[in-house]
Design a protein around this ligand. Structure first.
Ligand code: HEC
Ligand code: HEC
Ligand code: HEC
Ligand code: HEC
Ligand code: HEC
Length: 489
């Protein structure tokens, strides 16, 4: 693990970079787009450059190939991507509900700017082709209907910083059947079908960090910081040989191979395209499942069970729990417990990303020998809502009136941010009086639980159509507390 002082120094430096980035952003882009923040030069991949991004409406959509075409040769990759949340980023019902609400409610230039920004990440080609003002779920053009797809990611020539989608895109021309140059991890592709180019950016977290780091387009408040969390965390060792990038965990996962910080991350040997079209057998092919908690509620029906299992594999290898307490007690006494939660598997905080919506919490239940519950915390009520005093890991945003809000467009400041850092620990304390009539021994059980959104929020956004948001038990621990035996003198 990194020295705490290094961490603070880096954090200090980061604040400076951030401030500088904001300043430069205002200077160079005026009202135009700017990344959330900039990396120091020495840490940039070769194709993270200083240049104007591909602007709104600069690129004709007829230049992009729809994924089916790429899938004709890259069959496995296509099938993996097709069930991923990237392939649903625009149509995702939760996204659509929040986006439409924002389009109705956002007030003033800054908040509207934020609503325009959603399109840039959730349907990046719409932005580059000029459909960014869209207020309907239906996308006008064929390519933009494909959400975040092959020909967008592999036509990215460079980015200009971290966060807020600062892309420079260089596609071929689908209308003329010209593939252009596809950028990726290989330096020795045979180019039998289309031109290829090695892109250092694609092999590093900075590629993912171009979208997985979001700041408010108006107030610049950092709202999603997955890349920043990774960068300041222990998986970014500073040494290229030992650094564990987003891809190492998320693009090695496949059924049966969770590929997390606490499990092996083995190579996936095979072909990116069949031999007969020029594919070469390779020691490792990066997978395109991109699994996270959202996979529990999304995905085409045929793939749902497999994808849900993969999401569970990921969540169940993310954290560990331990309960510390006395080995014995007498009824009527105060029982003190400590629960230690360790993030052993995630390269960022748990949870990460949409942390104002995700819920990770501890359910702690103490039962006596008659099966009677003598204490409970972190339980769900009949409507599926979490009780108020639960230990919960998430973020709460405040609006200009100082009220908590999940509406990201009106988010003005962070009221609280309580989450588990990568390879870090949280210690939670519990204390209660053991009832006089409790029959010992007591069984203490703590479970770390996850769901993509609270049930009330799903109901508020999706109405009657709201599914029951599935809950996954990430980790659990138990402790037995016996009756203290009185030794007589
Ligand atoms: C979110 C962006 C993204 C999307 C969408 C995407 N890819 Fe990739 N792809 C990557 C990255 C990043 C790598 C390289 C990972 C690395 O080197 O660490 C990669 C690797 C590849 C490779 C090299 C072989 C391999 O997998 O190692 C091929 C071929 C490829 N992708 C094709 C596709 C096709 C076809 C689609 C659509 C069905 C697609 N990609 C969708 C980002 C993306
Ligand atoms: C007619 C077959 C065919 C089609 C269609 C096709 N590819 Fe490829 N692609 C290949 C072959 C063959 C390779 C080389 C694989 C290797 O070297 O192992 C390749 C390699 C790649 C690479 C790796 C480049 C590198 O340097 O790492 C990417 C990325 C890629 N293709 C993306 C795409 C995308 C995006 C599309 C759709 C716009 C597409 N391909 C359409 C056959 C095809
Ligand atoms: C063009 C922007 C963009 C890029 C580039 C991108 N992502 Fe994403 N990613 C998204 C969006 C938007 C979503 C949310 C989709 C939705 O609405 O559910 C997402 C979802 C995900 C999820 C699922 C999260 C969940 O809660 O289930 C994972 C995992 C993920 N991305 C990993 C990656 C990795 C790893 C990379 C880099 C190789 C990457 N992404 C690159 C925009 C992007
Ligand atoms: C050491 C392995 C590891 C690395 C590195 C890593 N992740 Fe993850 N990621 C996980 C695990 C495990 C989970 C599931 C636990 C969770 O939701 O936090 C996860 C979950 C996610 C989620 C879903 C969060 C949610 O609430 O469902 C996203 C999005 C994501 N990762 C993106 C990224 C991006 C982007 C990077 C690089 C900046 C990255 N990850 C680096 C292991 C990793
Ligand atoms: C800079 C890129 C970026 C911008 C801009 C952006 N998002 Fe996202 N969004 C993401 C990424 C990355 C994820 C996946 C994070 C995760 O799953 O934890 C995501 C996830 C989401 C989800 C969760 C989907 C699910 O099913 O759980 C919702 C809802 C959402 N975004 C709404 C919005 C809205 C509304 C806006 C505009 C106000 C917006 N986003 C702007 C990148 C972006």
């Amino acid at each position: 693990m990194k020295d705490a002082r290094d961490f603070l120094k880096m954090e200090g430096a980061l604040v400076l970079y951030f401030m500088l980035a904001c300043f430069l952003a205002v200077e160079t882009y005026a009202q135009e787009w700017a990344p959330s923040w900039q990396l120091p030069k020495r840490d940039r991949p070769a194709n993270l450059i200083e240049a104007p991004i591909t602007g709104r409406g600069e690129m004709s959509e007829s230049r992009f190939f729809v994924p089916m075409i790429c899938g004709a040769c890259h069959t496995d990759i296509f099938a993996q991507w097709k069930g991923s949340t990237h392939a649903y980023a625009w149509y995702d019902p939760l996204f659509q509900a929040l986006y439409q609400k924002g389009r109705q409610e956002a007030q003033g230039e800054q908040e509207e700017e934020v609503m325009d920004s959603c399109v840039r990440c959730h349907s990046p080609v719409s932005f580059t082709t000029g459909d960014w003002k869209t207020t309907t779920a239906a996308m006008p053009s064929e390519a933009s209907k494909e959400n975040i797809f092959c020909d967008f990611c592999h036509s990215i020539k460079a980015t200009t910083g971290i966060g807020n989608a600062p892309f420079i895109v260089d596609p071929g021309d689908a209308a003329k059947m010209d593939f252009g140059t596809k950028r990726g991890p290989f330096k020795d592709c045979p180019e039998t079908q289309h031109k290829t180019e090695f892109s250092e950016l694609h092999t590093r977290s900075e590629f993912c960090g171009s979208c997985h780091d979001v700041s408010h387009a108006g107030s610049r408040l950092a709202v999603e910081q997955t890349y920043t969390e990774w960068r300041l965390g222990p998986y970014n060792t500073g040494n290229p040989d030992t650094t564990v990038h987003c891809q190492d965990c998320h693009m090695r996962q496949r059924p049966g191979v969770p590929s997390t910080g606490s499990t092996e991350r083995p190579d996936n040997p095979g072909f990116a395209a069949p031999e007969r079209v020029g594919g070469i057998e390779r020691p490792h092919i990066w997978t395109h499942y991109y699994v996270g908690g959202t996979s529990l509620i999304l995905g085409p029906p045929a793939q749902e069970p497999e994808r849900q299992k993969m999401a569970e594999d990921r969540l169940k290898n993310a954290a560990e729990l331990e309960i510390l307490g006395p080995s014995s007690i007498t009824p009527g006494e105060l029982l003190r417990l400590r629960v230690i939660v360790t993030n052993v598997g995630a390269g960022h905080y748990i949870p990460t990303g949409l942390t104002e919506v995700r819920q990770v919490w501890l359910e702690t239940v103490v039962t006596d020998a008659n099966g009677k519950k003598v204490y409970r915390s972190g339980y769900l009520d009949e409507k599926g809502n979490l009780e108020e005093d639960a230990v919960i890991y998430h973020t709460v945003f405040g609006n200009k009136e100082g009220q908590p809000t999940y509406k990201v467009w009106e988010a003005d400041y962070v009221i609280s941010d309580y989450r588990i850092p990568p390879k870090g620990q949280m210690v939670e304390k519990y204390a209660f009086l053991v009832p006089d009539d409790a029959k010992l021994p007591l069984q203490v059980k703590t479970v770390l639980r996850y769901r993509s959104a609270p049930q009330w929020l799903a109901a508020e956004l999706l109405g009657d159509k709201a599914p029951v948001i599935p809950v996954v038990d990430m980790a659990e621990a138990t402790l037995t507390v016996a009756q203290t035996t009185v030794t007589q003198k």
